[in-house]
Design a protein around this ligand. Structure first.
Ligand code: FE
Ligand code: FE
Ligand code: ZN
Length: 276
């Protein structure tokens, strides 16, 4: 059974998100750990998290994917910005221990002219200061479109970060279909080859989640503008192959398309209908 959900607002708490997911036919969901535009993070209520976990058993919903604020930059030039990334990571990871077996996805960051190599070093540095051996959460690097000076535009850059993380067994990757497409990986014509490349560079055992987004731009555009499923340059047939691919179909899929809840509900129905 396809595990598929979408990004949901966390403003009403954990149980509310789980119920919303169920109401639109989702079997998982993604949420921001805090307001992506920054600001003070709310405390997580233990009882609310527990109510969500209880609801999962009854509704058959799988573990959600936590997404770090996308404004976070672990490889910023400004030490204060890096410090903020570190503090956010540490706080989020501590809270996520409330959710057994959670996954925490983040955008590696933008090196802003310092060069990819320095960016990779700084990102690994933040991870080495925040991960600990007993933690239960898996931290996912998201594949990026390569907009501006984004790190993670290639599988090699993701591998380079993982190689520098001491507790690399805690690390995985989330593949965003819009981002890899914009990054120049042709998942429409060459899905098998792209996955083989991922396997040889990063290792498919590191691939833990997929963000399903169509793209407003052609392959290699390095833009990162998400489009509704089937309405962009990736197209419906490619998504049919993606959700049925033997190397992908057992992973959780998350929609981050420009939609309200009804739009997500329709896309979830569409994609479930593709399952063979
Ligand atoms: Fe993301
Ligand atoms: Fe994404
Ligand atoms: Zn994106």
């Amino acid at each position: 059974m396809l595990r598929i959900g979408c990004h949901l607002s966390s403003s009403k708490g954990f149980l509310a998100m789980a119920k919303t997911a169920e109401s639109i036919g989702a079997s998982t969901f993604q949420f921001f750990t805090r307001n992506p535009r920054g600001g003070a993070a709310k405390e997580w209520q233990k009882a609310d998290v527990q109510a969500m976990l209880d609801f999962f058993c009854q509704a058959g919903i799988a573990m959600p994917l936590a997404h770090a604020p996308y404004t976070l930059n672990a490889c910023a030039k400004e030490p204060r910005t890096r410090e903020f990334a570190l503090e956010t990571f540490a706080d989020d990871l501590k809270k996520l221990e409330m959710i057994p077996g959670a996954m925490y996805n983040f955008h590696p960051g933008s090196h802003v002219g310092q060069g990819a190599e320095e960016g990779i070093r700084l990102i690994a540095d933040v991870l080495n200061q925040t991960l600990w051996p007993e933690m239960g959460t898996t931290v996912l690097l998201e594949t990026m479109a390569g907009k501006g000076s984004e790190v993670g535009r290639s599988f090699e850059e993701l591998r380079a970060v993982i190689d520098r993380v001491e507790l690399s067994e805690k690390m995985g990757v989330c593949l965003d279909t819009c981002h890899v497409w914009d990054g120049g990986y042709d998942i429409v014509e060459n899905l098998d080859r792209v996955l083989q490349e991922f396997d040889s560079i990063v290792g498919l055992e590191r691939l833990k989640a997929v963000h399903l987004n169509d793209s407003m731009n052609p392959c290699g555009a390095h833009k990162d503008r998400h489009e509704k499923i089937g309405q962009g340059h990736i197209g419906l047939e490619a998504f049919r192959r993606i959700v049925n691919h033997p190397k992908l179909k057992c992973l959780p899929f998350y929609l981050e398309t420009p939609n309200e809840l009804e739009g997500y509900e329709a896309e979830i129905r569409l994609l479930k209908g593709f399952e063979i």
